[in-house]
Design a protein around this ligand. Sequence first.
Ligand SMILES: [Zn+2]
Length: 285
Amino acid sequence: MPAEDPIDLGEKDQNLLAAWRILFENEYSAEIKDLEGLEMNVFGFEVQHDVMAKDKFLKTEFHLNPARTLSMGDKVLKEQFDQNGVLTRPVVRVVNLSENYHRTMDELRMRDRDRLLSVDVKIAHVSHPYGWLKSASYKCRDCGTSTEVKQRRARERESPSVCRICLQKSLDGIDTKDIPIAHFYPRPNFRMLIDECYYEDVQDVSMRQISYNKDHHLIQCSAKFELIGTLSDDLVGDVESSSFMRVNGILRVQPIPTRNFAKDTRRLLSIDVISVEPLPIIDTK
Ligand SMILES: [Zn+2]
């Protein structure tokens, strides 16, 4: 993905980058060095939640804003990989979330959206891998400035509404105080740069709630509580149907797939998977 301009990062993001850097250097430097020479396209790097939680700031940010915190971790780990001759793009996979994140599917509600959670599941079905446009690049046809617009999966593609540089140029020298806004229509004039767009590999899995006893014998697998989870990057192709997994992720709200009018307000819960851990469940039924 194209690198973000570091000048755009606020103080909190700078602190996040610094916290990740300290974590990787203090806790994972030997593991990173061991990967030297690895030539994979993408590599999931496991970080233990309790190790990360030693840093209170990182722990809190991961709790409040997990997606942003992980993307910062990816950036820092990429630097560390580059410095150690590991020629691959890393994805931070936080595993073994503390017990207060453990949930069951039947208790999840819309109000839990964007929260972190761990659920124990049986994978009922795995879709074919597909891609989506995660970030689109556009070029202003007037001045040539490029802008990047982050997209949302399964939503309409968004494009920039106005070029700031050109807008500023048109406003320079005009007394803007009394312009009636209703009569002022800057129109977008952009071209999408297909080659510079970033696509992410993903795969959907349907997951069923399970319960098991302390010896890991399956007690129940319920088709009544089924949720869709989305795997990305290195996890694509890694999860098999009928396997038992602890899925760690972020609860999301999606439009229902069968919507037949654009502004349908009905929504379903789903999980953006941040990591998976195989569970040693014994199914004697
Ligand atoms: Zn422009």
